[in-house]
Ligand binder design. Structure first.
Ligand SMILES: Nc1ncnc2c1ncn2[C@@H]1O[C@H](COP(=O)(O)OP(=O)(O)OP(=O)(O)O)[C@@H](O)[C@H]1O
Ligand SMILES: [Mg+2]
Length: 419
């Protein structure tokens, strides 16, 4: 998660990413959302989000907007966030999280992003397995994202958004506690496969794409006020049992334009390769900025390529730039299917998925589809199950010799070259 650019690397961290955040120095747009909003989500919902003890005595009192975490929870108090009388996030004592992770034991380390390190843990009182994300005090992200994350997830409730169990604000500690997503991130599966990990088959890819789209639809169309996610990418799509996808990391989220406004003016934040060109150029954030990012993720799902891959030839480093000329020629669509699939995909399904991705990454934001239409299309594609037993692999799909393991090691698909 995170809006502050992170350029530091950590060679000691086995799962720290090389993805580059967009540095704020790159843009000169009006409103500085690091200093300003503290969080417009906080403001827009201040009537709803109240501290537990305030709820009783002063229902009109609000969560403060100055980025002070004590506004979320008093230090050490065992309160949390309540919305409409329902407990939405629990306030943990730091000691409870130390116990849950056996003092942040290296063996429980799951990964690291711009916010800090993530550990697997088990809560002593409930026995629930959780993911615990600890803010790195020397890192590039801070209180503001922490607050936006806590408040956005406290207000949200959808099967395709990761659940926030609670948080900890104690001294300098800022910690987020999430439900544990057993299969890690989509990025891990597409680009960083473990040696014994089953590669994603076509049906699973469509299931993930459709679920992620439903999560985004909830943010855009169902939340009140609507929310622009701003950080859609493979590492923020987490996978639970059965590859059930959930969006995570809402530290960059912004309340969408209100009234007649078409956009929110803001400092450009995000991750290279996923950021819509119009937003990057103008600083004008719209719901269509998220649609562009969704298109990039869908392209990654179909092609198995990274949004930005500096190891490739210059013309292939940017996924969208590589894909655009291929979109124009149906005969080349097969070249875009992930070689790891070894031809095991439905031809019509591939064409339709590519058509959706192509619409999403159009340069003109108003030409990009609405999320509701994407959900309809992807729900349909996900419902059309491809059966590798009855449908032969597509001839002419490229087989990548470096990634030639079968999708499912138990089944032995016939490959294009008959080997
Ligand atoms: N709820 C969770 N359950 C299981 N694993 C998780 C969970 N949250 C995060 N992780 C793991 O921790 C890693 C780091 O996540 P984090 O969100 O901090 O950074 P990131 O998304 O990779 O990068 P960035 O900071 O650029 O967004 C993820 O790749 C994932 O493997
Ligand atoms: Mg993340």
């Amino acid at each position: 998660m995170g809006c502050f650019p992170c350029s530091g690397d950590s060679s000691s961290s086995i799962k720290k990413r090389e993805r580059k955040r967009i540095p704020p120095a790159n843009n000169q747009y009006k409103k500085d959302d690091q200093s300003q909003p503290s969080t417009d989500i906080v403001k827009a919902n201040e009537h709803k989000v109240v501290r537990k003890e305030e709820a009783k005595d002063a229902p009109q009192s609000t969560t403060r907007t100055d980025g002070d975490c004590s506004s979320i929870s008093g230090e050490g108090e065992n309160d949390g966030i309540k919305i409409n009388g329902v407990n939405k996030a629990r306030a943990f004592k730091f000691d409870e999280l130390v116990a849950a992770t056996e003092n942040f034991k290296a063996a429980y380390f799951l990964g690291e992003g711009g916010f800090g390190k993530v550990y697997k843990g088990r809560l002593a009182d409930t026995g629930q397995v959780v993911a615990i994300k600890q803010l790195n005090p020397d890192g590039c992200q801070g209180n503001r994202e922490f607050i936006v994350e806590v408040l956005t997830l406290s207000m949200a409730d959808h099967p395709n958004l990761v659940k926030l169990i609670g948080y900890c604000v104690e001294g300098d500690h800022r910690v987020l506690v999430y439900e544990y997503m057993a299969l890690g991130s989509l990025e891990d599966h597409l680009h960083d496969p473990w040696p014994d990990k089953k590669r994603l088959d076509w049906n699973t890819r469509m299931k993930i794409a459709a679920g992620a789209a439903r999560g985004l639809e909830y943010l855009h169309d169902k939340m009140k006020p609507p929310v622009i996610y701003r950080d859609l990418k493979g590492s923020n799509i987490l996978l639970g049992e059965g590859y059930h996808p959930k969006l995570s990391d809402f530290g960059l989220a912004k309340v969408g334009p209100l009234g007649d406004k078409t956009h929110v003016s803001t400092r450009v934040m995000g991750t290279y390769g996923y950021c819509a060109p119009d937003y990057a150029m103008t600083g004008q954030l719209t719901f269509k900025s998220d649609i562009y990012s969704f298109g990039v993720v869908l392209l990654e799902i179909i092609t198995g390529r990274k949004a930005i891959d500096n190891t490739k030839a210059a013309t292939e480093q940017n996924l969208v730039a590589w894909a655009r000329p291929l979109f124009k020629d149906r005969k080349k669509f097969h070249q875009m299917a992930d070689p790891v699939l070894e031809g095991h995909y439905p031809v019509r399904g591939l064409y339709q998925a590519l058509a959706i991705a192509a619409m999403c990454v159009q340069e003109q934001p108003n030409m990009r589809p609405l999320i509701a239409d994407i959900v309809t299309a992807l729900n349909y594609l996900a419902s059309q199950k491809y059966d590798p037993e009855t449908q032969p692999p597509v001839q002419g799909s490229r087989k990548n010799s470096q990634r030639s393991r079968s999708i499912d090691e138990d089944k032995k698909p016939v490959t294009v070259d008959g080997q």
